[in-house]
Design a protein around this ligand. Sequence first.
Ligand SMILES: Nc1ncnc2c1ncn2[C@@H]1O[C@H](COP(=O)(O)OP(=O)(O)OP(=O)(O)O)[C@@H](O)[C@H]1O
Length: 640
Amino acid sequence: MAQRVPSSDGGSKKTSRVRVAVRLRPYMDKQDDKGEGPCVRGLDSQNLEIINWRNAMETVKYHFDVFHGEETTQQEVFLSSVKPILPNILKGQNASVFAYGPTGAGKTHTMLGSSEQPGVIPRAVLEVFNLVRAKEGEEGWDYSIGMSYLEIYNEKVLDLLSPNSQDLPIREDKSKNILIPGLTHTAVSSFSDFEKHFVPATLNRTTASTKLNQRSSRSHAILLIKVVRTRQDLSQRQQTGKLYLVDLAGSEDNRRTGNQGIRLKESGAINLSLFTLSKVVDSLNSGTAVRVPYRDSKLTRLLQDSLGGSAHSVMIANIAPEYKYYFDTFTALNFAAKSKLIVNKPFTCETVAAPVLPAKRARAEHDAGGSGTEPQKKKQKDERKSEAEASSPSAHCHSSAEPSVMDRLMALEKQILSGQDKDSLTMLKYVAQSRKEIEELKEKQREFESKAKLFDQLAAEKSSAKQEPAFKNNTAPLQRKQSNVIKINKQQAVVQPLQVSQLQPLQQLAVVRKQSVCVKKKKLSDALEPPDGKENTSTWETQLDTSVLEQSRQAILTVLNSGSLKDLKGLQQIGDKKAKLILGWREIHGNFTKLEDLQKVEGMTEKRFSSFMKVRKVLRLHSQGFHLILRKNKAAGIKP
Ligand SMILES: Nc1ncnc2c1ncn2[C@@H]1O[C@H](COP(=O)(O)OP(=O)(O)OP(=O)(O)O)[C@@H](O)[C@H]1O
């Protein structure tokens, strides 16, 4: 059985963190039915800015390992973000590349691409074959390559190489390797052999048309490439390196996708697993969590040995520039900003087995992933050799569904082999930059807080003075174009607080309290709002049961920390805008530790906060008073 052993090249001592690249897809006019222009744009190779949804005159800046702008080619994405991690697989280490982002933002384009523009998957697999070919015979190792391909659809693990299979279980062995018993693992001897299996299997992936994407991926597609290297001497040492290439399903806002029925169910499963992924990222990020919730979704369970644990990971967060993707883009950027702080510890997955009889050996290999018997391996090796020897593209003729892919990849291969990989130096820079980036994140947080203060001041003074943009660029400021449709929507979105109807019974309550509890003969509303406008808590708050108050505070705190947009809007005096502000604050700062933290949320002035608290207390009084009325009426024989 494969075991984790310290990497001979010292890999276990080094740490490598998840590299985060952000890719902005080109602006697609037809997707922007309101013609509002882009809401996000790149500043340089690592920075981008997005319009601040709280104030369209401002932008929020983000810094990532790499920013791929709209013009970036598939090859550039591969060279800078993926190619550098691939050699680790040949050393028995794990690597993973996953594309994250809202539906329609370009994940499948990035991972799979098209026959004209092949994406990360075909390029990475081709590169693995090239690396193996270059190593073969050297250093006394034999190599074999195998593949599995699966999708997670509605929380079911389905084998794309064997499409009629049932939901497969996910297991973990003693050495914490993730295994999927029953999953097809096919030995592949060449790139064309890989393509023969991969292309038809891709068509088995569950896709459907949604309002936002005509061919939307409804599942997480995970391609596993396993490289097994076996020592040529009698020691039988074997190392297994895994490469996960993951095209995640898009994060979706069902109000925009218009999903219903089965689409809605799929969407629920997609969002749940992505939510768990973000929780896993959060836990890993904080570094303090006792339990990382990998087991809460199939996706995170499967990625367990490639995220936050053992693998060299790259996340490509895909974003779209159209305004209608704004909220998803903002969420994706915040998710990605968290992910870049995860630290992975590379390990080598190696077995040291006693020499075994050929039959037993074949079985052991089958159990470890079906990397093939000795004659099979020889065949693979021969095939790889003959492929290497072949010089003309016609030598690579194959029966795949899309032959042009192969020709283009052959041309690509030549290009890559002759080109210079500038990325190794860049990789070194990232290590030195990590500390700096943490500081920058803190700085960004401080910036947010000072902006929030400024906003409060301005709101308080009701100043009509024009606000300065938060980030000055030489380029024209990024501003949202006016759209009539938006104006109408905004009006529709205004939620009128039900103050009159909910505060109405309070008068009765105050009277009841006066009679039954014998408190000061003072109107409750007077106590809540004394003439000087200051809250006189000592006169009325002390009349309440403090434990009830505390329970109430805790309940609100729970909603603030874990409530959805809808839950937040369910709180009195929290409308759509404020609920979003709270979500935004939570996204950036984490949980509220006490209710008073709410005042840190933009727009939540001291006065507003105090009136928010008053309503809470009033409602609590209301409920206490209501029970008192019931009790009193019951005693007097009055039916409710
Ligand atoms: N960088 C790009 N250059 C050109 N076209 C792109 C780019 N990125 C995406 N597209 C196009 O945008 C559309 C949506 O992209 P894609 O299907 O890859 O999105 P997705 O994020 O995978 O969506 P879903 O999650 O719904 O599957 C496609 O037509 C794709 O060709």
